[in-house]
Design a protein. Structure first.
Length: 358
């Protein structure tokens, strides 16, 4: 009787805490936003600049998150080495960019620069695919029928192994991407103060997500991947090669991450052995926000997280007198993650896009 009463009191206390947390966050968001907008400290151009930055960052998160959500959809595991696969693609793109710059291909001509960037993205995607298939074969496939905790630990080990392998080969220093003048010019799009490189990132993310969605939903291999994600044993009885479907899932996710790594390098101009860790964690957060296992959810979660990081601290905290609110972007992002999951545990599109699961 006493144990039952204690459990009931504990449940009530947890429920009260969660509701108090929800109310506190909502009050901070609403009151802080109202005070910031009423103060007039930031002009419309300032908000548009922040929105452009958020769209660019969110698009990169979305491209990385697609790999997380596809692997989870088919194996029900989190590939924590995916951030390092992204970093490997960024390194591959860097060395391709240096070679193209020395050949005089990267320059003022926008069309020629876009062709060079396509080559860089192919190289980055190739490096990432090589890393991902190696990790899948060595670290994941032997543990496919092990308890869930075992492949999770293996994924963390693979992440650190890749980080320090790259550190051993390339050292701890930063590698700066060559500057492409044509991409750094203002795009001239009305209402959005974005450079051409920012436009390229957003368009690439939307294009990749659209192609991937159609591939998963319409192609024969996509249907095989969806069947394996539902039930591997039944899919095998129907003549589907589960191993091939799983490997192709890693290939597709890694190719997206490699292309995102090149675009990340072109946007933020540097890559080093640890540069995949933070974007990887943020992309995983975006996948959870959107509804992990949902391809459209990865895009929605990435854009949502990028916009919250760019706009949220200034909008929510600027009017409350918090000094340097932009330094609290991670706090704002993960607070919104907790808030979304408290109200909707399956994520923004979780449960609404079951047909689009990888």
């Amino acid at each position: 009787m006493n144990a039952r009463l204690l459990d009931r009191i504990t449940n009530i206390a947890i429920a009260v805490f969660l509701w108090a947390f929800r109310i506190a966050v909502v009050l901070i968001v609403v009151v802080g936003s109202a005070l910031t907008l009423a103060s007039g400290k930031f002009s419309l151009d300032n908000w548009l600049d922040l929105m452009g930055d958020g769209l660019t960052l969110g698009s990169i998160y979305a491209m990385i998150a697609l790999g997380y959500t596809m692997v989870y959809g088919i194996l029900r595991m989190i590939n924590f080495a995916h951030g390092e696969i992204f970093m490997g693609g960024s390194f591959g793109g860097y060395f391709a960019a240096v070679a193209l710059a020395q050949a005089g291909v990267l320059g003022e001509n926008l069309l020629l620069s876009l062709l060079a960037i396509a080559i860089m993205m192919l190289v980055g995607a190739g490096v990432s695919v090589l890393l991902a298939t190696t990790v899948e074969r060595v670290a994941y496939r032997p543990l496919r029928h092990a308890p869930r905790l075992v492949p999770l630990i293996s994924a963390i080990g693979a992440s650190f192994f890749l980080q320090y392998t790259f550190r051993g080969f390339f050292g701890p220093g930063l590698y700066a991407y060559p500057d492409i003048a044509a991409l750094n010019a203002p795009s001239g799009i009305p209402m959005l103060n974005m450079r051409w490189v920012d436009v390229l990132v957003v368009v690439a993310a939307l294009a990749m997500m659209s192609v991937l969605y159609l591939f998963v939903m319409r192609s024969r291999l996509g249907k095989s991947i969806r069947a394996v994600s539902e039930d591997k044993d039944t899919a095998a009885l129907m003549g589907i090669d589960a191993n091939h479907a799983i490997v192709m899932t890693f290939v597709i996710g890694a190719a997206m991450a490699g292309a995102a790594g090149v675009l990340y390098g072109l946007t933020y101009k540097q890559v080093y052995f640890f540069s995949g860790f933070i974007p990887g964690i943020k992309a995983f957060t975006a996948a959870v926000l959107g509804g992990i296992g949902s391809v459209p959810g990865a895009l929605v979660g990435g854009l949502f997280l990028g916009l919250i990081e760019a706009i949220g601290p200034t909008l929510f905290l600027g009017g409350l007198g918090v000094p340097a609110p932009n330094q609290l972007k991670d706090v704002a992002a993960f607070t919104m993650l907790v808030l979304v999951l408290v109200f909707r545990p399956t994520g923004i599109l979780g449960g609404r896009a079951e047909g689009a699961r990888a």
